[in-house]
Design a protein around this ligand. Structure first.
Ligand code: NAI
Length: 215
């Protein structure tokens, strides 16, 4: 096995897509696949896929292709999806509640164990099995509970301060929905999610299509 620390971020970003499509193949009852078939499904070239998987030792056999279950399990292991993760959400408004209610995370062994908010109207409510707690209890909670990932769903005006508090309490992985880049030390990994950016790209292509139609 190669050193996964040296794998480029672009490869790591493609792995979840391979994992998802291998899951589709499993559901269809297929146990063998090829880089060409994966290419048709994912839109990445077959050579790109072979190159990506070679980073981890290949997993394929000449003339046979890939064993779907084995490859999916290997990718799960590389990404760390073979473990359970405990998540907390800071900001239990629209986005925070939507994430807490999304059942897909539970299927993949991510458990939202609590939400935190400052709004007294929300504190004490439950989202699935997770309670919305007072943000003032955050530090005490993190001193006791082993939390892997924190999700920031607060207004951007407080997101940096919330992130700093989380890091002080030992959090090292932040999934940030607030539209502000967080300034964090190197040992903290932040993944930003911006639905708007995706929508804006779509808007561009929509307008390009319309332009072509009217030409
Ligand atoms: P919201 O107003 O429904 O929820 C925000 C929640 O944060 C409220 O319940 C509020 O009481 C709480 N809050 C405020 N200050 C807090 C603090 N110091 N500690 C704990 N909780 C605090 O807003 P919504 O629509 O859920 O959006 C949340 C964030 O997500 C915003 O920053 C928004 O811009 C962003 N957003 C991001 C999207 C994305 O694609 N990344 C899409 C939509 C929203």
């Amino acid at each position: 096995m190669n050193n996964n620390d040296k794998i480029s971020p672009a490869v790591i970003r493609r792995l979840p897509k391979y994992y998802r499509y291998l899951g589709e193949l499993t559901k269809m009852g297929l146990n063998k696949t090829s880089s060409r078939e994966l290419s048709e499904m994912t839109g990445f070239s077959a050579s790109q896929i072979r190159q990506d998987l070679n980073n981890f030792g290949g997993f394929g056999q000449q003339g046979f292709g890939y064993d779907v279950e084995n490859l999916r399990n290997e990718i799960a292991r590389i990404l760390g999806l073979d473990k359970k993760y405990k998540i907390i959400i800071i900001g239990a408004g629209n986005i925070g509640q939507a994430i807490a209610n999304y059942t897909g995370f539970y299927e993949a062994d991510y458990e939202v164990v609590a939400l935190f908010d400052k709004n007294p109207k929300l504190i004490g409510m439950s989202m699935r099995n997770a309670l919305i707690k007072d943000i003032d209890e955050l530090e005490e909670f993190l001193n006791v509970e082993n939390i892997d990932i924190a999700v920031i769903c607060t207004p951007k005006s407080v997101s940096q301060q919330v992130a700093e508090q989380l890091v002080q309490c030992g959090i090292r992985a932040i999934w940030n929905f607030a539209p502000k880049d967080l300034k964090m030390p190197d040992y903290v990994h932040v993944e930003n999610v911006h639905l708007n950016e995706s929508l804006f790209s779509l808007t561009y292509y929509y307008n390009q299509m319309n332009k072509k139609k009217s030409e």
